[in-house]
Ligand binder design. Structure first.
Ligand code: CA
Length: 228
């Protein structure tokens, strides 16, 4: 899951970026509205965190442009003013939620997770499943055949990406940009190493192997008959 933060207060922005990265998200951060606008319009993001008051292009304008361009990813506004007019304006423009500064990080993280679930899945669906493997998106836990398996945040993000695209081959370059926020360089084996670790945890002890290597193309998660 890839997020964009546009926040001109450098310390706040860095703090959010660090916290969200540690929570397993890939995060782009920019401190000015114009860069934020360009990134928002050109890069694929799953969620936007926009400060309202920015020196050049403000949060409202970015949101308006996004919705006008048909980009429906959730927008969480950060506002310093607990002002009813601001709230109404934001919601009218198509913001999904807002948070009044100062806020505690745990609150922001909870809102982000809720918005992402709402965007990606029916509201009642909090888990993803393939064969006997289940991902609990709310608690960030996985189990296979009812047995709990511990994953790191990066392994969870990698597995979630594969399962959301089950049956599709994901090129290493896409995995790199979505999970590690790096441009794929063919000299690096970070993805192959991570896949090997993930396989050791979710496939090695089971007869049915879910993660498949597609030579020269990338990786895919699937069941042999293609349905699950
Ligand atoms: Ca500001």
């Amino acid at each position: 899951m890839k997020l964009l933060i546009v926040e001109d207060e450098v310390k706040t922005g860095e703090y959010l970026k660090q916290g969200l990265s540690e929570a397993g998200f890939v995060v782009d951060l920019t401190h000015n509205g114009l860069d934020g606008y360009h990134l928002a319009m050109t890069e694929p993001y799953d969620l936007f965190i926009l400060d309202v008051m920015l020196p050049d292009v403000d949060g409202w304008q970015i949101l308006k442009s996004l919705r006008k361009a048909g980009k429906e990813a959730p927008v969480l506004f950060l506002t310093a003013r607990d002002n009813v007019d601001d709230r109404v304006k934001g919601l009218e423009l198509g913001a999904d939620d807002y948070l009044v500064k100062p806020f505690v990080f745990a609150e922001l993280l909870a809102r982000v997770r809720t918005l992402l679930r709402r965007g990606a899945l029916p509201a009642t669906e909090l888990s993803l499943r393939i064969a006997d493997l289940e991902l609990d998106l709310a608690r960030h836990r996985i189990s296979r055949g009812g047995r709990r398996i511990h994953l790191t945040t990066k392994e969870f993000a990698l597995l979630e990406l594969l399962v959301r695209h089950q049956g599709e081959v994901l090129p290493r370059s896409l995995i790199a940009s979505q999970v590690w926020d790096i441009n794929f360089d063919s000299d690096t084996n970070v993805i192959d190493v991570a896949i090997r670790r993930l396989r050791a945890k979710i496939d090695d002890d089971f007869d049915l192997k879910l993660i498949q290597t597609v030579r020269g193309m990338g990786y895919m998660i699937d069941t042999p008959d293609g349905d699950s």
